[in-house]
Structures are given as C-alpha cells and as structure tokens.
Write a protein that binds this ligand. Sequence first.
Ligand code: DAH
Length: 343
Amino acid sequence: MNSKVTEIKNLFDAKISSVTTSDNVEELRVEFLGKKGHIAALMGELKNVPNEEKKEFGRVVNVLKQEIEQTISEKKDALIKEEQQKIIDSAEQYDESLPYDIQTGSYHPITLVSRDLERIFASMGFSIEDYSEIVDDYHCFEALNIPKHHPARDMQDTYYLSTENQLLKTHTSAAQNAIMKKYGAPLRAIFPGRCFRNESTDASHENTFFQMEGIMIDKDISISNLIYFMKTMLSEVFQKDVTVRLRPGFFPFVEPGFELDIKCLICGGDGCPSCKNSGWLELCPCGMIHPNVLRHGGIDPEEYTGFAFGLGLTRLAMMKYGVKDIRMFNSGSLKSLSQFKNE
Ligand code: DAH
C-alpha cells in the first residue's frame, strides 16, 4: 500500500517543480488536497488496508499531506512575490525631471498688499489682530465717540442684521475698543479687515472693501510719531521716498483729525489725471485718538495718548497696481485676478 503513497509523492514532486505561476500552484492544491484530490483518494483506500497496517498507513498519508500543504504554501508565496515584482518592474517609471503643467493659483491683490503692510508694521513692533465682520452698534459707533443720531453716521450707512443691534462693520475702527480692552496700554496693533457700506457701485465705489486700521498708544505719543510711522510705511509700500502732507479732517474718534495725502507718484507733484491735477493723492485718514475713545477702551487719557489711522487697503491696491475699476476686486474673474504677483 505504501507504494501508492510513494507514487502520489513522486507525482507531486514532479508537478510542483514545473509550475511557474501562482495560479498553477492553486490548481495543484485542488488536485492534491481538494475534496476529490489524491490525498482524499488515498484516505479512501484506508478501508482496503489490513487492520494491522491501518495505523501506519494513516500516519504516512498524513505526513505526505502536511508536506504537500507546506510546499504549496511556500511555493505560492514565492511566486506571488515574483509576480508582484514583475508588475513593479514593468510599470511606467516616474521621472520627476520631466516638465509638467500644473496651474498654480495666485494671491488676490488685496492679500498681497495686506501682507506687505503686515510685514512692514510687524517689523516696527505692531501686532496683527483679527476682528469679526459682524459687530454691534456700540463697537462700530458709540465706543468711537459717534453717539446715536450723530450726523457722522450718515456717511456710513450699512447692512443691519435682524438680530438686535448687529451690523456689518463699516470700518475697521470698529475693532479699536475691543483691542484696547484686550491689551490695555501701551499698545501697537494693526487690524486689516473687510468692511461694508450701503453704496451703489461704480468704478470707484464698492459696497464691500478692505481697510487696515492701526493704533499706537503710549506715554507722550504725538503727531510727530504719527507722521514718522505713516511716512516709513508708505515709503516701504511704494519702494521710494514719499512726501506726505496733513490736512485737517473731521472724524469723531480723533482730535485733531487729518487727511494724509502723498505727493503724486506718477507726476511727482506737477499734476496729472491720476491726482486730478492737484499733485497730491488722498490716502490715509488719521489723527490723535480722542480721549473719549481711550476712556471707552479702559485707558486713562491723562496718562496715555495715541494715534490711529484707517488706511484704505483697496484704494492702496488700486494705486499700487494701477487698477482703474474697483469692482474688479470682487469680480471673481481669474483672468484679471491671476495677474498680480508680489515682486
Ligand atoms: N474709520 C474711518 C472711515 O472709514 C477712517 C479713519 C479716519 C480711521 C481717521 C482712523 C482715523 O483710525 O484716525 O471713514
């Protein structure tokens, strides 16, 4: 009977040595170990084996079965590895030196100008603050010395929310009070932000635009400090020395208040269409913070003084990049907006 076992063993050895794929190995497994396979057939022979040999026969068949199982599993693993390696070797190789065409995005011009200013002010010790676009009447007006029914409110008609007292901020000055309360004095901070006003739009008016507010509060801050910081900032932005002048301007939250003009960079002050022939461009309203505003912010005006400015970021971007229509900024037109690069 053992000769049958040997025969099956030889048959298996011969077949396993010639298989070349993992699928072939699987076929062999079915042929030898399957329900109707050779091992099952050998087991079926058990009934014909004389009783005294049954035990030995069963043992020998079992040994052969285990041997076949092991060989099949090892062979299958080895062939699968080989096959995977072949797939990897034959796959298209990735060559990172080949040119590729991926469209990278670009920053919005307002972002470019804003980052430029943030860098300049950060280098002068100012912190950069964020503030919400929805504010209440107190922060947008009352804390800035603009009581209810004050005519200065007429200039800043905005969008009121149905929730009581909430509105979209009309100017970045709306953050002054919260920032004073957050840090106290002394304080240097800028806060860029989106502002909203109920305006009909045209080439130079938008209902949604950006400003950058700045405040500096300390002992003995004077108009000279204000002029120095404004000049330094503008020279950096335009990468040339700028001449500035102050004209009186009225804003309830500063006293005295100014309009800061720069000498036209296009004509050098001689007069051209860009400066409406005046030689000067209005750029940045500013002033010394009104004592009432400091008081609202929890700062003692007897001890501290400070200046504030509200730079029109959108205006600055228009000047810096020569944009003639303000509506381009919110147009979402990639054709226009993707042209701006920070040099
Ligand atoms: N918030 C004012 C506006 O949007 C601009 C402004 C004027 C801001 C004078 C200031 C300032 O900080 O001192 O019309």
